[in-house]
Design a protein around this ligand. Structure first.
Ligand code: MN
Length: 205
């Protein structure tokens, strides 16, 4: 059983005006917490799996370990739980991109601007609910999208940055203006954190 959400390393209002405090509260206290509650509920009668939930990403990567009657619930809620863990951990205002991640982005996409355009196009191409991702695939950076709760871990990739494109992530403030939400997201990426993740995940791939 995972008892609590990972701690938030910033205040609920510290991403204003890009992400407003009310959206942060609903998003974390209701949606993220809701996924965790449903995940714990699904695993309640499976103590042998329960002890593995700390390695939840291993379960998500290898769903054949999951009994049929809880498989969908665990993948959906466990997936969304992990997606939000990453998302809330990579947000912070006014952090400049530097270090190995900048070199890798320049090498892969030609320039930071080219990366930004490609990532934004991907995010805006999502039909319905989903996520945009920057992941490591065999050590190489890759932009992708997933529908609903899905996570690149399910395809053997290691995600290091994501953007929530579910309406609950932006609708209170941005309404139907997804384009501005995506544009503004680049002002609140914690590139120090993404750089750390990049270095860790590059080692394990
Ligand atoms: Mn969300």
């Amino acid at each position: 059983m995972i008892q609590k959400l990972p701690s938030l390393e910033y205040e609920y209002d510290s991403l204003e005006p890009i992400i407003d405090e009310q959206t942060m509260h609903l998003h974390r206290d209701k949606h993220h917490q809701g996924c965790l509650n449903k995940l714990n509920n699904a695993l309640e009668d499976y103590p042998e799996l329960d002890k593995k939930t700390e390695q939840l990403s291993e379960l998500i990567k290898n769903p054949e370990q999951l009994p049929d009657e809880i498989k969908t619930k665990v993948l959906q809620n466990g997936g969304q739980f992990l997606n939000h863990n990453l998302f809330f951990s990579i947000l912070k205002k006014d952090v400049e991109i530097n270090g190995e991640i900048l070199d890798a982005i320049n090498e892969k996409f030609g320039s930071f601007e080219a990366f930004k355009e490609k990532f934004s196009d991907a995010a805006l191409s999502i039909f319905g609910s989903g996520w945009a991702w920057l992941s490591l695939d065999q050590g190489n950076l890759e932009i992708s999208t997933t529908p609903n709760h899905e996570n690149p871990l399910m395809d053997g990739k290691e995600p290091i940055l994501n953007l929530d494109m579910w309406e609950h992530a932006y609708y209170l403030k941005y309404k139907n203006d997804k384009k501005t939400y995506v544009e503004n997201f680049f002002q609140i990426i914690n590139w120090e954190k993404v750089n750390e993740l990049y270095k860790i995940k590059k080692e394990v791939q």
